[in-house]
Ligand binder design. Structure first.
Ligand SMILES: [Ca+2]
Ligand SMILES: [Ca+2]
Length: 346
């Protein structure tokens, strides 16, 4: 029973943490005899002031000489936290990119030095500590696990404590598409696994490229997973490039991407899934046109000539439109069937 309650509690805490999107980082401060754990971080509900719902509370005044103390203070940085806090959270969440400035203040009890100890800081979080006199007598940045010794805590009794958060969460696109030449309609698969590159482009003119990602299409599922690290929430066109496929964009208006979450898009279900309905039905699947061998957005005589010049050659080369590792009349027939087809974009 106790075991069950414990695991239920762990599940609850884990989920709560995910839901709250809170970032909570400990910092141990010790004089070698006594120590305190301060906590800093981000919470969507936090303010610069004292947030009692998050467990922040104002400490009593600093104790007299000879008694150890460590706290966050607001002096000199314009933060309204009274006598100070052990826990100092600021507005943000687990995808924040930016910095937050705190100030730590400490004094020894029985010891003569102060040591800062940090362990397993979250990836993407780093802290710069600087003296408050000129900012360069102590100036060091830390992350991960480690510690820092202040040998003269009377001279340096407080430090500016700037936390840099670079927590942007990657966004995932699960994309399904078929490329005409590679698609085998009888088996409903691709003859080979092949690489495609996705450009996410702004949904409004001039349709700037915001991010790109390369991945392999699975030959059985016709799917690839693409990870984007640079995009913020918004509407984007999914523009697809393949070594001999005609560049094809997703349907008019763009798709909504929420940073850190997953988008699914299937080009194969309807010609309307492509901008300008620029796809070809093969069997039951709508496919990207094959044959833009020089990737200029036109399937024309130049692409045909490129195939003819390589007839009879073996290997994994651009002009092998059907992916059988050989350039022959079948590849030529595909490009001939598509002559005059051009890419269509907004
Ligand atoms: Ca071309
Ligand atoms: Ca071939």
């Amino acid at each position: 029973m106790i075991k069950f309650l414990l695991s239920a509690l762990i599940v609850f805490l884990f989920q709560y943490d995910l839901l709250s999107q809170q970032v909570n980082v400990p910092l141990i401060i010790t004089d070698g005899f006594n120590s305190d754990t301060l906590r800093y971080g981000l919470d969507p509900a936090a303010t610069d002031g004292i947030d009692s719902p998050l467990g922040e509370f104002e400490l009593p005044p600093v104790p007299p000489t000879g008694i150890f103390d460590a706290r966050f203070v607001g002096t000199g940085i314009g933060v309204p936290i009274g006598e100070g806090l052990r826990k100092d959270f600021r507005t943000g969440n687990n995808s924040t990119v930016g910095s937050r400035t705190h100030r730590i203040q400490y004094k020894t009890g029985s010891g003569t030095t102060i040591r800062l100890i940090w362990q397993s800081m979250p990836p993407g979080v780093s802290v710069r500590i600087q003296d408050i006199i000129i900012g360069s007598l102590i100036d060091t940045t830390f992350s991960g696990s480690g510690n820092y010794l202040i040998t003269n805590p009377l001279g340096f009794s407080a430090l500016n404590f700037t936390v840099n958060y670079n927590l942007s969460q990657p966004t995932t696109l699960n994309l399904k598409l078929a490329i005409e030449g590679l698609y085998n309609s009888a088996l409903n698969n691709l003859n080979i696994k092949d690489t495609v590159r996705i450009y996410l482009r702004s949904a409004s003119s001039p349709y700037t490229i915001i991010d790109s990602s390369k991945s392999m299409l699975d030959s059985l599922s016709l799917m690839g997973t693409f990870i984007f690290g640079n995009l913020t929430t918004g509407n984007y066109y999914i523009a697809v490039k393949h070594r001999n496929g005609l560049e094809t964009w997703s349907k008019s208006g763009g798709e909504n991407f929420i940073q850190g979450s997953t988008v699914n898009y299937d080009f194969t279900t309807s010609s309307a899934q492509a901008f300008g309905s620029n796809m070809k039905l093969k069997g039951s699947k709508y496919c990207f046109y094959s044959g833009d061998n020089n990737q200029d957005g036109f399937i024309n005589a130049t692409d045909k000539t490129q195939i003819i010049s390589r007839l009879g050659i073996s290997g994994r080369i651009t002009e092998d439109l059907d992916g059988n590792n050989f350039i022959n009349a079948k590849d030529r027939a595909i490009v001939v069937g598509n002559l005059g087809i051009n890419k269509i974009t907004p």
